[in-house]
Write a protein that binds this ligand. Structure first.
Ligand code: G3H
Length: 529
């Protein structure tokens, strides 16, 4: 990409050096080492070719522990300013944050394109969806608060039951949604009164830097602290300290297992995990062909297949297999690969270092075991770009049959009997979602009833996806722990707590005095409209 060819709206002043970090309510200048940030987009200028676009602090153990101590102090065993605040006061802080965040839209969107190669359209969508998520969270919290504003009396006990925070939360999001998925745990954790240490993913770090000042200005000191750097150096000491109450992590099973084992008190730690998936698409013999192809294209290849919800294996009934494959392959080969800001671009450079090499190994392994690459452009590599490969003759000896590819490889399997894909799903380690394409209601009912006890969302005649965000997002087996959605997340990051009094005259009088005087932030019956 030549500098002169970059549209001026998408130019960021590179190198983008993030030299400040937010800890204990203040922005500090980082004096230590820095980690370089490389873009999947290579820029050709008069000085030569480079993809170095910036750097961020490579923190050490001491700074990570200082960030943790700041969150612990801000929580102060539940007596800190933030956990003790009324919900209305916390909502005010969040509203201030979202207003400041919106001012940074352009730079965050540009950095999303440059750091992780997401298309302009999807980068804008990620930003706007995150803003909507925050606003919806505020409304869901008001609902929750209204429901909890009443007093219950049962068997001579007067009680008020509400939700209270859990403590200090460690939030770690994934590189494919570095803003949105990080915020889908960070925001509910914060608004429920927890304090947070958060580590940006390995890719997609700089795009959070324009938001640091908004965090600082909107929330009380120490409520949010951000650590950067190598996981072993900065996350291990935080986890082994035993001071983390909730681990909110979206990423690989391997890393989740390591993190959980590092915590010395397993029963004190609650985990909210979004992990790997191998969502299948099942195309039945009576499927509406055009729709099935369209949904399977977006399902397998949106953001180059780098979505946990992507369709990662297709099962197609033998009666329509040839027809489906011919048209599917044509559509794949028509997809435009280019720069994230280019018009009608579907495929973009891959941000993970050496990913094309890794994908190539997956394809070679499959071919060695009998698979056939059946699209003309399949596997063409150009620097960080990898044109999608459609593989047929796929069998269980191949890595692609079992492993999550998280990239543009599409294994397609011909089936005769519906038990073949159903058995695959039963045997799989994963259980997030599935898609089924067909028309016969009896067949669809039978498959749906079998699948709802294997995965957590069955999509009929559409690709798998997380949204709308008010719907529950979770998985079985190795795919998730805990359920996220706008309202579920508020519950995940809090615990039901109650105050109870025997129904005596003196207790009734005390309770009435507390409520009338509004002297407690917990025991109160007023609510936010
Ligand atoms: O990577 C996993 C995301 O949660 C998927 O979300 O289905 O909206 O792309 P999406």
């Amino acid at each position: 990409m030549k500098t002169k060819d970059i549209p001026k709206d998408y130019i960021v002043d590179f190198p983008y050096k993030q030299s400040k970090y937010l800890l204990d309510g203040a922005m500090h200048d980082w004096k230590g080492d820095f980690e370089n940030v490389y873009s999947p987009i290579h820029i050709q200028s008069e000085k030569g070719q480079s993809n170095l676009i910036g750097s961020y602090p490579l923190m050490n153990k001491e700074t990570a522990l200082a960030a943790l101590e700041s969150a612990v102090k801000a929580y102060s065993n539940g007596k800190g300013e933030w956990p003790a605040m009324t919900i209305e006061q916390r909502i005010d802080c969040l509203k201030k944050f979202v207003a400041l965040m919106k001012e940074q839209r352009k730079v965050v969107v540009n950095l999303l394109m440059w750091e992780i190669g997401k298309t302009l359209k999807d980068s804008c969508k990620e930003f706007d969806r995150t803003v909507d998520y925050i606003n919806d969270t505020i409304e869901a919290l008001k609902d929750l608060d209204r429901e909890a504003s009443r007093i219950s009396i049962k068997q001579g006990i007067i009680a008020q039951i509400k939700r209270a925070p859990l403590g200090v939360v460690l939030c770690m999001g994934p590189f494919n949604y570095p803003l949105n998925e990080t915020f889908t745990t960070l925001i509910p954790a914060l608004i429920m009164g927890n304090t947070v240490v958060f580590k940006p993913p390995k890719l997609g770090v700089l795009l959070l830097s324009p938001l640091l000042k908004a965090f600082k200005d909107a929330f009380p000191k120490g409520v949010i602290n951000i650590v950067y750097g190598d996981g072993q150096e900065v996350i291990e000491p935080i986890m082994t300290s035993g001071k983390i109450n909730v681990l909110a992590f979206i990423g690989s099973c391997k890393v989740a297992d390591i993190l959980k084992k590092q915590h010395p008190y397993p029963h004190l730690l609650k985990s909210v995990l979004g992990l790997e998936a191998k969502n299948p698409g099942i195309v039945l013999s009576d499927a509406e062909m055009d729709n099935a192809i369209k949904e399977c294209i977006t399902g397998t290849l949106s953001y180059n297949g780098q979505r946990c919800t992507a369709l990662k294996i297709l099962f197609v009934h033998e009666n329509i297999y040839d027809d489906f494959l011919e048209n599917f392959v044509k559509e794949v080969d028509k997809l435009k690969l280019g720069m994230p800001w280019a018009d009608n671009v579907s495929l973009t450079p891959l941000p993970e270092k050496d990913k094309p090499l890794w994908l190539n190994e997956m394809v070679e392994d499959a071919v060695k075991n009998g698979a056939v690459i059946c699209n003309k452009n399949g596997g063409i590599v150009n620097e960080t770009s990898f044109f999608p490969v459609v593989l047929t003759n796929v069998n269980d000896k191949m890595r692609i049959y079992h492993e999550e590819q998280f990239g543009p490889i599409i294994p397609v399997i011909k089936f005769k009997n519906i038990n073949e894909p159903l058995d695959y799903i039963v045997k799989s380690n994963f259980g997030q979602q599935a898609s089924v394409f067909g028309k016969d209601y009896k067949m669809l009912s039978q498959i749906t009833d079998a699948l709802v006890n294997q995965v957590c969302r069955v999509n009929i005649n559409s690709q798998c996806q997380r949204g709308p965000d008010i719907f529950p997002f979770t998985g079985r087996k190795d795919s998730a722990e805990g359920t996220l959605s706008v309202s579920d997340a508020l519950k995940v990051f809090s615990i039901r707590t109650m105050v109870a009094l025997k129904e005596t005259d003196i207790n009734k009088k005390i309770l009435k005095e507390i409520l009338d005087a509004k002297s407690s932030n917990f025991l109160r019956t007023d609510y936010i409209l």
